[in-house]
Design a protein around this ligand. Structure first.
Ligand code: CDP
Length: 215
């Protein structure tokens, strides 16, 4: 079983890269951010308080696989909710088994699993065969998210709001006590500020095939 761990800050391009690698390698892919997003969304829909650990844990315990397909998961407002509930240790502990099981027994008997998130290389899969840490300058990341959400129709004010949202989320994810966003010591760092997805994909594939030879 091959496990690839991909971590990095919001809108760094890790999801696009992970999806592309999974398709190319025929591996299973788990977007672990979707788990935290689904918990955040569930708290909001239950009329709970996303700053309450008890409410967030209740939502995490109720999580079902079908909740991971909700179109509202993608909204930046859901990302904000996710980063609040993700700071609670009991919520993280509750979601850990699902992630571990996915990495050990990927669906459809695939030969490998790719998980992306914040703590995959450090906490969830510290023994992953390959670890990648994807980053980019925050303005570049905000521009990507802005284009994803608004296309050519967006205005300056919307860009500023996204930039501030990402900065706030980065700060929360980096500074929390429980599983903060952190590059694992043995992760390969890929800065995508000036690279398009094809270039990053080729570089990641090269690192993966080099890594496979040495493991
Ligand atoms: O897609 P984007 O990079 O904006 O975010 P995401 O990967 O969907 O994650 C949403 C939020 O969930 C993050 O801001 C983190 O606070 C949290 N998260 C986490 O704590 N641990 C993970 N393994 C994945 C996400």
């Amino acid at each position: 079983m091959t496990v690839i761990a991909i971590d990095g800050p919001a809108a760094s391009g890790k999801g696009t890269l992970a999806r592309k690698l999974a398709q190319h390698l025929n591996f299973a892919y788990l977007d672990t951010g979707a788990l935290y997003r689904a918990v955040g969304l569930c708290v909001a829909r239950m009329g709970g308080d996303e700053n309450s650990e008890a409410d967030a844990l209740k939502a995490a315990e109720k999580l079902r696989e079908m909740d991971l397909n909700d179109p509202e998961l993608k909204a930046e407002s859901t990302g904000e909710l996710a980063s609040k509930v993700a700071a609670f240790p009991s919520v993280r502990a509750c979601l850990l088994n699902y992630q571990l099981n996915f990495a050990k027994n990927p669906p459809e008997n695939k030969a490998g699993a790719i998980l992306d998130g914040r703590d995959i290389g450090t906490v969830v899969c510290p023994d992953a065969d390959i670890k990648l840490f994807i980053t980019a300058d925050v303005k570049t990341r905000a521009k990507r998210r802005f284009l994803e959400e608004f296309g050519a129709k967006g205005c300056d004010q919307q860009f500023q709001t996204i930039l501030e949202d990402l900065e706030r989320r980065d700060k929360r994810d980096l500074n929390r006590i429980s599983s903060p966003l952190k590059k694992a010591e043995n992760a390969h760092l890929l800065d995508t500020t000036n690279s398009d997805i094809e270039t990053v994909f080729e570089e990641a594939l090269r690192l993966i095939s080099d890594g496979m030879i040495s493991v």
